[in-house]
Ligand binder design. Structure first.
Ligand code: DSN
Length: 415
């Protein structure tokens, strides 16, 4: 074989170190998870070698008989999982899925409603620095000042005024259930289409812990690697009437050859998500977030909206310590083996690079098998780290406890 016989230690030693990092420290980034060995195996398969522009039965290159079967299995499984008419499993990412929907349903300059980024939305929901905000006339809605939950009255008011062609729902930093029924009602009242970006909560929906937006929305997009626990990638579900436009928008509109190794891994993940064990997992993610929220509240943190009913908690750090920005917290916690991300809170006076908050998620620790008792311990470790962040011995002590905790719940023990 022409391949090098010597292992590329420069790269693989780093992969070993990353595996060790994931096995020994706490992963609390709300959009991350640990995929199963089966998903990893499919991701690392020979399907990475294949070009398959087009769709099952209609490819531009030869040799796609097996790939067609794989992609068809993925499409069939995900349609069944969410009860959707049509599925496109080719988006390389959630951002691509969203942009493809816009390409399919909108003309440049069309008016769209999206949740503002600093209230929990996403870059692709109309941020001026993103292609979405640069191409379409996005108008923002957000959360109320009083309870920090989606302000449906404001959304309706804006929709009646702006008459959008599309309403985009969904969030990346919103700790509450998003009820699809009022969204549909507002969309119908103003004659708009409804797109639900379920990237963060797809696993909660699949597991029955959150309401399914598919019966309400014209299109649902999501990523496969967050709560759904599949490989990195995106997916679009649509009503039949939009199927052709969506498929053409992904290919040839936006992407070239699909990543069939990722699609095989998506198929594996969709089957895993249909099991009773996954249902239980989805509910445990929410129960763990709730226990972590309670623990953090007792430690003196202010939680945006007062708590959580999904997989994440958004913490406003200011009442805990006015000098502790999100950036400072993220960095110091990282040193103590606790990985999370800084995040803006609604109407944050600080920039998105600094922020006044952190976002904390439970999908990964729940996959590891941790439960409410460990969530309490994590809340206390976070508080101790931030309170005594200038004391290196405290940080070292927390890191030791984190290593010990993770040793009892290693995600990949066989490695
Ligand atoms: N980066 C993702 C998140 O962390 O929520 C969104 O794309």
């Amino acid at each position: 074989m022409p391949w090098p016989s010597v292992r590329d230690d420069e790269v693989f030693s780093l992969l070993d170190k990353e595996l060790e990092r994931q096995n020994t420290t706490l992963q609390l980034i709300a959009s991350e998870n640990f995929t199963s060995p089966a998903v990893l195996e499919a991701t690392g398969s020979v399907l990475t070698n294949k070009y398959s522009e087009g769709y099952p039965g209609k490819r531009y290159y030869g040799g796609n008989v097996i790939v067609d079967e794989v992609e068809e299995i993925a499409r069939t499984r995900v349609r069944a999982l969410f009860g959707a008419d049509h599925a496109n499993v080719q988006p390389h990412s959630g951002a691509n899925a969203n942009v493809a929907v816009y390409l399919a349903l909108l003309q440049p300059g069309d008016t769209v409603l999206g949740m503002s980024l600093d209230h929990g939305g996403h870059l692709t929901h109309g941020s001026p620095v993103n292609i979405s905000g640069r191409t379409y006339n996005f108008v923002a809605y957000g959360v109320t000042k009083s309870d920090e939950r989606i302000d449906f009255d404001q959304m309706r008011e804006v929709a009646l005024r702006e008459r959008p062609k599309l309403i985009v729902a969904g969030a990346t930093a919103y700790p509450r259930i998003i009820d699809p029924a009022p969204l549909r009602a507002i969309a119908d009242e103003v004659g708009a289409m409804l797109m639900f970006d379920a990237a963060h909560i797809a696993g909660l929906i699949a597991g029955g812990a959150h309401p399914n937006p598919v019966p309400y929305a014209d299109v649902v997009t999501f990523t496969t690697h967050k709560t759904l626990r599949g490989p990195r990638g995106g997916c679009i579900l649509a009503r039949s009437e939009y199927a052709k436009a969506i498929d053409s928008a992904i290919f040839p509109g936006l992407q070239g050859g699909p990543l069939e190794h990722a699609i095989a891994a998506k198929a594996v993940a969709f089957a895993e998500a249909a099991t009773p064990e996954f249902k239980e997992y989805a509910h445990r993610i929410v129960a763990n977030a709730s226990a972590l929220a309670e623990g953090l509240g007792e430690e003196g943190f202010r939680l945006v909206s007062g708590g959580t009913d999904n997989h994440l908690i958004l913490v406003d750090l200011r009442p805990f310590d006015a000098d502790c920005t999100g950036k400072v917290a993220q960095e110091v916690l990282d040193r103590a083996g606790i990985t999370l991300n800084r995040n803006t809170i609604p109407d944050d006076p600080r920039s998105p690079f600094v922020t006044s908050g952190v976002r904390i998620g439970t999908p990964s620790v729940t996959t590891q098998g941790m439960g409410p008792a460990e969530m309490r311990q994590i809340a206390s470790l976070i508080a101790r780290t931030l309170r005594e962040r200038d004391d290196a011995s405290v940080l070292a002590g927390v890191l030791g406890e984190v290593n010990e905790l993770c040793a009892a719940f290693p995600p990949y023990p066989e490695h």
